[in-house]
Design a protein around this ligand. Structure first.
Ligand code: FES
Length: 105
């Protein structure tokens, strides 16, 4: 078995179907997806090089109207239903993400 190193300290799972239904909804012009906005807000590199994974997944069977389901795998007991236009500071706080954290800290 081979191994691949990753800088991830955790991952946020975001429902891709919710995002697709919203067609954007986040960012200053509300044109970006939640995943894109989270990556931009926290300055995350894409893929395994980033310190946190933002992973789009299939339907999580909550299916809220006009919102996106997301969860932090480090706090998987609480899932968030995030409405479009939400402030990213509030979203990251609700998800338990510390965007200022240095890798390895
Ligand atoms: S469509 Fe997102 S949870 Fe079902």
């Amino acid at each position: 078995m081979k191994r691949v190193r990753s800088n991830w300290q955790g991952a946020v799972l975001v429902c891709g179907k919710c995002q697709k239904k919203l067609k954007g909804g986040f960012g200053p012009k509300r044109k970006n997806s939640l995943t894109k906005e989270l990556r931009a807000h926290c300055g995350l590199a894409k893929g395994r090089k980033g310190r946190l994974g933002i992973v789009e997944v299939k339907c999580l069977d909550i299916c809220p109207k006009k919102a996106v389901v997301a969860l932090n795998t480090n706090h998987s007991g609480v899932w968030q239903i995030i409405e479009p236009g939400s402030d990213m500071e509030h979203v990251t706080a609700a998800l338990g993400i510390d965007c200022q954290a240095e890798p390895g800290s």
